[in-house]
Design a protein around this ligand. Sequence first.
Ligand code: TYD
Ligand code: MG
Length: 466
Amino acid sequence: MAKTKTSFFCRNCGSESPKWMGQCPSCREWNTLTEETIVQTKNERLDNQPNWREVGKTSSNGPVGKGPRPIALDQVVAGEVHRLIAPDQELNRVLGGGIVPGSIILFGGQPGIGKSTLLLQLALRLGQRVLYVSGEESEEQIKMRADRLGGASHNCFLLTETNTQKLLQHAAELQPKLLIIDSIQTLASPHVDSMAGTVSQVRECAAELQRFAKETGIPTFLIGHITKEGSIAGPKLLEHIVDAVLQFEGDRNYTYRILRTLKNRFGSTDELGIYQMDGSGLREVSNPSELLLSERDEDLSGSAVCATLEGMRPMLIEVQALVSTAVYGTPQRSATGFDLRRLSMLLAVLEKRAGLPLGNQDVFLNIAGGIRVDDPAIDLSIVAALLSSAMDVTISPEIAFAGEIGLSGEIRAVTRIEQRIQEADRLGFRSIYVSKYNVKGLDPDRYSIRIYTLATVRELYEALFA
Ligand code: TYD
Ligand code: MG
């Protein structure tokens, strides 16, 4: 007989606790524990298995069950994996070269960012049978979106169902090459007695889908919403169950979207995909630099170009700064796409090491295209843009920068400098400023771009304005 009991789950990390507490003992968030009903099934496996302590003594009982036995690694035969190649090069790249059979991929992102659009697009263009299960939208709504994305496909099947057992039955009958679930938060398993979207439901549904994917070899995408407050059980708690976690991000006011890998059991997590959202869906952007640099004006001060790396991809992006005398008492500092504390640090370095009085100036910083950059190599271009705006002198749009700035105003080496130089060269930049510690073993004759080296912020100042 199944027995009903309740337990407390953290909405942030999913950990379980037998009693209510103000603070979650595992992730230390406050007020995240909620009570949920769970159905406890009789634990048969433990009842039937021999105790491992007795295995040695009772060897006359024969082998330890029928389960798998330990095997030497060199005796494991690995068959060749035939990945399903998506008609989307950005997605293939992010997944490490296609979709692995039987894998389960969590596709997270804020509401409205374009998760359903991207996966419906995949379903329509794959050219093989796909089952798209939606618990959020009706068939008509999905059809309307499909029309916007450029037509229907007889291989793409829709199902509006939220009961996991029913949807898995349909999937078993249809035998699609790919299963897409939109979204995990709308599913409910009949085995768990709580509402869709709760921690225990999300966990159970994911486990059922995972079992199905492993048994049938049908790869599955799970869409999961991330909410800021974590008010519904977020994808966070699924991260360890699934094979890969992709995150779709971007600023909704801009058209760029970045697809990142947070976890991938079958490839690197350094890859990233870039898309542009337009009237007919998401378009792959194979050459982000050209897009991000296209709107530049020649003779405006306060702008500089950085050769950054996003994951493994070199990308040239524009940094804009505005330095102006503060009208009100306290000067304002604001940064879009860049860490404000890091900006304050760079301003302090400029003040102290380059003698630039910025204490009574408003400073605004913007990374073009609504992109967020964490690459430390952007420091040098930010300082160049700040100097340019403060002095009201333009920096030629044919110059790129790549270097990190230390607290004593030194310009430090950055990773993969060859790749950065190569990309700037390819895009027709005339010169690039890098750290002098970065050029050991670099052959300048390989590039047609001129490479200038700098050791300190002072030297940058002199190089640009002397
Ligand atoms: P959607 O895929 O519904 O987001 P999610 O599933 O992540 O919640 O995308 C919603 C947004 O995408 C919506 O604001 C409109 C925009 N959009 C376009 O700009 N062009 C298009 O062709 C489509 C289908 C959507
Ligand atoms: Mg959606």
